[in-house]
Design a protein around this ligand. Structure first.
Ligand code: SAM
Length: 278
């Protein structure tokens, strides 16, 4: 990965950090099934050390921290503003057994075999080199330690991401997917690719299963704000001219009709939940 790519990713996520912090409660509510699946399968225990990578505002790790007793959570992210958001969130939740660090998950400045567990929700698919990140996770785990993570599955199961992505491709604002690896919200949808990455990292045993959730929005404006302020498509949407942005927004609204209910918009979503044991 080049320094330019790292800088761009860091800047993009720094620019989203305030919104992630502001939306923390609604994000937590929507994502509770995957959030709980991750922490239940991590099986955190008293006195263990847990590393969360790509933690954003840190809520998944904080749920684990509550079960660590005298143990410790290290909450990390590549974007310094996200690390600050997590620090603020930790204070707000009165989490006392957490440390915070800026850390690139693809090249961790962390000793070998120094954690009992690693957590990562919605991170690996956004990295230019997920193979390196999986290898790093294995390296920092103690023998028998576990990585528990979530990435999104395919476009049909995740219209919240595939509707805008298809429209951006059709309008020529986004390059169509190619066999070459490109990071993105749905980039690790292919289960066999995910399995190959886990096998390549050398984990002793692995398990992958589907976990469902639903994104709900009070109206199309709230969904648009979510796309622009919180998702990996946000920087691209913000960079469009007003005319192009309005055209994309109108096209998205047309495709939301079948997901509109009396009290708002409901977009189903599915993740691959993964467990990998060193
Ligand atoms: C979609 S957000 C998920 C945040 C959080 N895990 C959650 O589920 O609420 C993706 C996060 O990955 C982080 N990220 C992207 N590339 C990274 C990398 N190479 N190393 C560490 N964090 C990274 C971003 O800064 C961002 O905070």
């Amino acid at each position: 990965m080049t320094n330019d790519e790292t800088d761009r990713i860091r800047k993009d996520w720094d620019s989203q950090a305030n919104s992630w912090y502001e939306q923390r409660e609604s994000l937590l509510t929507a994502s509770r099934p995957i959030h709980e699946w991750l922490v239940d399968h991590l099986e955190p225990m008293d006195s263990q050390r847990v590393l969360e990578i790509a933690a954003g505002p840190g809520d998944t790790g904080f749920l684990a921290a509550r079960r660590l007793g005298n143990g410790r959570l290290v909450s990390t992210d590549i974007a310094p503003a996200m690390v600050e958001a997590a620090r603020n969130r930790g204070v707000e939740l009165a989490i006392e057994n957490a440390d915070y660090r800026v850390l690139d998950a693809q090249a961790m400045d962390v000793n070998d075999a120094s954690f009992d567990g690693v957590l990562c929700r919605w991170g690996f698919m956004l990295m230019p080199d997920p193979a390196a990140a999986f290898c790093e996770c294995r390296r920092v785990l103690v023998p028998g330690g576990r990585l528990v993570f979530a990435v999104f599955t395919g476009p049909d199961e995740n219209p919240f991401a595939s509707i805008p992505a298809r429209i951006l491709v059709e309008a020529g604002h986004l390059a169509p997917a190619t066999p070459r690896w490109q990071p993105g919200i749905l980039a690790l949808a292919d289960r066999s690719r995910l399995q190959t990455l886990l096998d390549g990292a050398g984990f002793a045993s692995t398990h992958i299963e589907g976990v469902d959730m639903t994104w709900t929005f009070i109206d199309a404006d709230a969904y648009w704000a979510f796309l622009v302020d919180l998702t990996a498509l946000g920087p691209l949407l913000r960079s469009l001219s007003e005319e192009a942005r309005n055209a994309v927004r109108d096209a998205i609204n047309l495709r939301l009709v079948s997901f509109t209910r009396a009290d708002g918009i409901e977009l189903p979503s599915r993740c691959w939940g993964g467990i990998a044991i060193r």
